[in-house]
Design a protein around this ligand. Structure first.
Ligand SMILES: C[S@@+](CC[C@H](N)C(=O)[O-])C[C@H]1O[C@@H](n2cnc3c(N)ncnc32)[C@H](O)[C@@H]1O
Length: 274
């Protein structure tokens, strides 16, 4: 029997609802050391979750936000965030990267988190209250249809979520839509070496465990370029399985139409104003 995209997304939602409930109840159960549902062993707990944040960042957060960390990197460490900017975290989970971003952009800036799982949204809102940050908004939605207007965001971050999407081209197109021209992305994700086929990726781990659905480096680069990004870079940071890595993905939304390969219409001298 084949699994449809809707069934796969429901499975992802169930898995992360369970993870959020475990953190809320204080049971910390997910079958893994750090509370990370991406990690299935103590060794893997070093590759995912709270271990990827430095002591200073962890110290500035409520314990539940740290425990709920399920990422495969630390996008706030690579995304250049400036005072007053608007940041969007895709698949914000327990809110760790939204809270850290909110502190970085300060009271004149705003940090949004989008997540499809009610339990995660409840956990993130609780964590933000406990952290005392008020310039945050957690929105319910799917990252394939981001619930924000076009050209409204300066920086998109995300931590170990795009590999879970059942429609990755839609996610990349949506990121381009919500970013302002010249807007940046700083994404942590699991990325496969180009030599691994989708079947070989699936042999190395499950879809809900952030492995089987990972894009390859070349697929990420081509997808971002097709969606209208330039200065695309994928950098492996640590191995999470044979031929698969935690990676930092960076890119900038093109600000000029010609750099997207579209013809630029030059106004003719006789066109007048109307
Ligand atoms: C591996 S966890 C990462 C959470 C968070 N980014 C972190 O670093 O702790 C994945 C999160 O993405 C959310 N998610 C997965 N697929 C999604 C989708 N298509 N749309 C919205 N949220 C999604 C899940 O509900 C979960 O909270």
């Amino acid at each position: 029997m084949t699994t449809t995209a809707d069934e796969l997304r429901d499975e992802v939602r169930r898995r992360y609802a369970e993870s959020a409930r475990a953190v809320m109840d204080g049971t910390g159960e997910c079958g893994c050391g750090s509370g990370s549902c991406c990690a299935d062993s103590d060794a893997e707990a070093e590759m995912f979750g709270e271990a990827l944040y430095d002591a200073e960042q962890r110290g500035a957060l409520p314990e539940a936000a740290v425990l709920a960390s399920l990422g495969c990197g630390n996008p706030t460490a690579v995304a250049e965030l400036r005072e007053g900017e608007t940041v969007l975290d895709l698949g914000s989970g327990g809110g760790i990267d939204v809270i850290l971003s909110a502190k970085r952009v300060g009271p004149t800036g705003t940090a949004y988190g989008v997540d499809m799982t009610d339990e995660m949204l409840a956990l993130a809102r609780k964590n933000a209250r406990e952290a005392g940050v008020t310039n945050v908004h957690f929105l319910k939605g799917v990252i394939e249809q981001i619930p924000l207007p076009a050209d409204s965001v300066d920086v998109v971050i995300s931590n170990c979520v795009i590999n879970l999407s059942v429609d990755k081209p839609a996610v990349l197109t949506e990121i381009a839509r919500v970013l302002k021209p010249g807007g940046r992305i700083g994404i942590s994700d699991v990325v496969a070496e180009n030599t691994l086929s989708p079947a070989e990726r699936a042999e190395r781990g499950s879809y809900v465990g952030c492995i089987a659905g990972a894009l390859s480096e070349a697929e990420y680069e081509a997808g971002l370029e097709a969606a209208g990004f330039e200065r695309v870079g994928v950098r492996f940071t640590h191995q999470v399985a044979d031929g698969m890595h935690g990676a930092i993905v960076r890119a900038v939304k093109t600000s000029l139409p010609e750099s997207r390969g579209l013809p630029v219409v030059q106004p003719s001298a006789s066109a007048g104003c109307c």
